[in-house]
Design a protein around this ligand. Structure first.
Ligand code: RB5
Length: 149
């Protein structure tokens, strides 16, 4: 199950992503917004991030104008690794190395065709584990306030 969310700036990209998921028969849950009327992106970032952090959804896709604000907000939720992606290499590497669990993209940065391409790569790339686990554990320690250097 994939959690989908956006603000008005990312609405068109989320529509394209939904079409792609429908065609592939991949299940998703929508957390809004549902139009191009201006809204506040932290609301949708929070809803999707909570769904992923609670394990209700395995991964999420969030879109706003740049992908940045919605990623910053999502990353405030414990256990979330939300990555802003605007190229194919980033879509792959953030899964392999960062074990990103939310893909963030910007409707004013990326066109719908590329957004679907990045989503496809993101959803089909495995976490690499290995040496990256240690680094991810460090990030978790930063989050928990237990990190020592
Ligand atoms: C909304 O105008 C815009 O600020 C938002 O979509 C996003 O780009 C924030 O990072």
């Amino acid at each position: 199950m994939i959690a989908l969310g956006c603000d008005h700036g990312g609405y068109n990209l989320i529509c394209a992503i939904k079409k792609y998921l429908d065609e592939k028969g991949i299940e998703y849950r929508e957390y809004g917004t549902f139009s191009t009327e201006s809204v506040d992106y932290p609301i949708y970032a929070y809803k999707v991030a909570k769904a992923v952090s609670k394990g209700e959804c395995k991964t999420g896709i969030l879109c706003c104008g740049t992908g940045i604000g919605i990623a910053i907000a999502a990353n405030k939720v414990k256990g979330i690794r939300a990555a802003v992606v605007n190229n194919e290499f980033g879509a792959e590497m953030t899964r392999r190395h960062n074990h990103a669990n939310i893909l963030c993209m910007g409707g004013r940065v990326t066109n719908a065709e590329d957004a679907v391409k990045y989503a496809d790569i993101f959803l089909n790339t495995p976490e690499e584990g290995g040496r990256h686990e240690k680094r991810l554990a460090m990030i978790a320690e930063i989050e928990n306030g237990t990190f020592k250097v």
